[in-house]
Design a protein around this ligand. Structure first.
Ligand code: SAM
Ligand code: SF4
Length: 337
């Protein structure tokens, strides 16, 4: 694809005057793990014919950068299990106007892909890690091998990304006694860590979200007994509230959709692997970009117009409630976390 001569002049603004300059792209809903809060044991995945091709994803990424998007995150499912995904990173990594190409991964494939990702222009990566105990790790991910992920993290550190951040979901009575250890593991390796409150996306048979809910404020209280948390005004363009550990260079983030609503500053939209452009993580409003791409092949103006029009239906915010039945039936692997 020829990306030359694309002059970026436009900006996406929704009807609440929020500028959208960040897109999260889910390249697959499949995964080699089955984390208890993300997926059901038995999942039905999108048939392959319904997936956007890598070429189609690249076109949508190009359209977004021409509309002022500065940051693209590749996610899933597990993005690194999609065949030939490095080609996509190489395509998106060279888009003019894009400041940051980043990745969220479970780390299982990093031993193999850390170097090609860095070479493709990925600057920062987020790696999910909920436990440093082999058995527990397996229980939370249902199938994951901790040692494989830890050597993936080592490979990523060796390659030298600008920043590596761990993403951790704390579940009451499952891994809440590992908060300090996980922060130490991160700080010993000069990584940041963000704690994410569980969100009610999709019904999961054997998992009661309200029962295991553990708030960001509880985590902060645990950490304050061990470390000095200095509030910062720093932002990485996301909803994390960051603190610096006075004792180290590590930053600790809290993503708190329940205890602290972050919708007012929302600057992002999400593309599912089927090409549905979701305007909010916690609502169903969306536009079918696959339909546009396949009905008007090669028509970038039509694609960009549909993206611009989507700004009119971006909702004001989400409305999560763990004790009620989920209003969102999509699991996180579909939404693209
Ligand atoms: N497979 C990759 C990974 O695990 O990093 C990328 C996709 S995963 C859906 C992205 C992030 O979403 C992970 O950090 C995971 O812990 C988080 N996540 C999944 N389900 C969640 C839920 N219901 N609530 C909050 N975070 C969730
Ligand atoms: Fe897979 Fe990530 Fe979901 Fe875990 S959180 S099941 S690794 S997509």
């Amino acid at each position: 694809m020829d990306f030359k001569n694309n002059i970026n002049q436009e900006v996406l603004i929704d009807k609440f005057d929020r500028i959208v300059d960040y897109v999260r792209i889910s390249v697959t809903d499949r995964c080699d793990f089955r984390c208890v809060y993300c997926m059901d044991d038995e999942m039905e995945f999108v048939p392959r014919a319904q997936l956007l091709t890598l070429e189609e994803i690249s076109k949508i990424a190009l359209a977004f950068t021409e509309l002022g998007v500065k940051k693209i995150r590749i996610t899933g499912g597990e993005p690194l299990i999609r065949r030939n995904v490095i080609q996509l990173f190489e395509n998106i990594g060279q888009l003019p106007g894009l400041d940051e190409l980043v990745l969220t991964t479970n780390g299982s494939q990093l031993k193999k892909f850390a170097r090609p990702l860095k070479d493709a222009g990925v600057k920062r990566i987020n790696i999910s890690l909920d436990s440093l105990n082999v058995d527990r790790f397996k229980r939370i991910t249902r199938v994951g091998e901790l040692n494989n992920v830890l050597s993936g993290i080592d490979a990523a550190i060796k390659v030298g990304f600008e920043k590596i951040k761990l993403n951790t979901v704390i579940l009451k009575n499952r891994n809440d006694d590992e908060i300090i250890n996980l922060v130490r593991y991160a700080s010993d390796r000069d990584m940041d860590i963000s704690f994410i409150e569980e969100m009610p996306l999709g019904v999961i048979g054997d998992h009661d979200r309200a029962e295991v809910y553990y708030s960001s404020d509880q985590i902060r209280n645990v950490l304050e007994k061990e470390f000095t948390l200095v509030p910062t005004t720093e932002t990485t363009g996301g909803p994390s509230k960051y603190y610096k550990l006075a004792e180290t260079a590590t930053r600790v983030g809290f993503i708190s959709p329940h205890s602290h609503n972050f919708c007012e500053q929302c600057n992002r939209v999400r593309l599912t692997c089927e090409g549905r452009l979701l305007l909010c993580l916690g609502q169903e409003d969306s536009v079918d970009l696959r339909k546009t791409l396949r009905a008007y092949p090669g028509d970038m103006d039509k694609l960009k117009q549909d993206i611009k029009n989507s700004m009119l239906i971006k909702p004001k915010g989400h409305d999560f409630n763990l004790r009620e039945k989920p209003i969102i039936f999509r699991h996180m692997n579909v939404t693209g976390g």
